[in-house]
Design a protein around this ligand. Structure first.
Ligand code: 13P
Length: 248
């Protein structure tokens, strides 16, 4: 049985001071969680978060990683640097990175490889924009992004990878994909993985839904057969809301 995985993506929120209090508030509320619980915090808060979650169920994640191991890449953070801080998961290819910071399928793929080589667990994000959805291109886009992200990734690494389907139009908008829509698109992503590898690998892959997932809609989404977890933005910034999603 796959263990579901609920991850909070804090995006560019929280200082070290609020990181500590938020995690202290979350920890007791998720103590009996049946799923894996992850918080993906800003780089500057990683060390504070690591200390705050010691002895709890919560695991540590970052929100991006460089494709190169080291060198002249001003502003980037390497996989080795994250490993040193005991980071376990890293979000790669979030739509906000693609939209505002020029991330492409190629750079996402290179970052995934760097993360895997250093022993990190990538959470690879894919998802269509509203324009693409309205043009009937959802399947084409998520298949292209999936194929791109997995290009040249050895089968042996698949166990460490999580995919997040995040329709861009549902992020931060309060509009969720219906559970059925999310389920159907995740099935398309899983089929793409099956074509790249095999049925066993595709079925074993944990694929999350993300996009306005919250305390109210989490249980309906999580009940869908293809949905193996959630990537939570806004609702991960409030202890009670995040805990309700985790305990869906
Ligand atoms: P919201 O939950 O705020 O819509 O954000 C989703 C997201 O982008 C998580 O990565």
């Amino acid at each position: 049985m796959k263990k579901p995985i609920i991850a909070g993506n804090w995006k560019m929120n929280n200082t070290n001071a609020t990181t500590k209090t938020l995690l202290q508030d979350i920890a007791p509320l998720v103590e009996n969680a049946q799923c894996e619980v992850v918080v993906c915090v800003p780089y500057t808060n990683i060390d504070t978060a690591r200390k705050a979650i010691r002895g709890t169920k919560i695991k540590l994640g970052a929100q991006n990683v460089a494709w190169a191991p080291k060198g002249a890449y001003t502003g980037e953070i390497s996989a080795e640097m994250l490993k040193e801080l005991k980071v376990e998961y890293v979000i790669i290819g979030h739509s906000e990175r693609r939209q505002y910071f020029g991330e492409t399928d190629q750079s996402v793929n290179a970052r995934v490889k760097a993360a895997l080589e250093a022993g990190l667990k990538p959470i690879i994000c894919v998802g269509e924009t509203l324009e693409e959805r309205e043009a009937g291109k959802t399947a084409e886009v998520v298949i292209r992004q999936t194929n791109g992200a997995f290009e040249g990734i050895e089968k042996a690494y698949l166990k460490r990878i999580v995919v997040a389907y995040e329709p861009v139009w549902a992020i931060g908008t309060g509009k969720t994909a219906t559970a059925q829509e999310a389920n159907d698109t995740i099935a398309i992503i899983r089929k793409a993985i099956r074509k790249l590898y095999n049925k066993t690998a595709a079925n074993a892959m944990r694929i999350q839904y993300g996009g306005s997932m919250n305390a109210k809609n989490a249980s309906e989404l999580m009940a869908m057969p293809e949905i193996d977890g959630g990537l939570i933005g806004g609702a991960s910034l409030k202890a009670e809301d995040f805990a309700k999603v985790v305990n869906y």
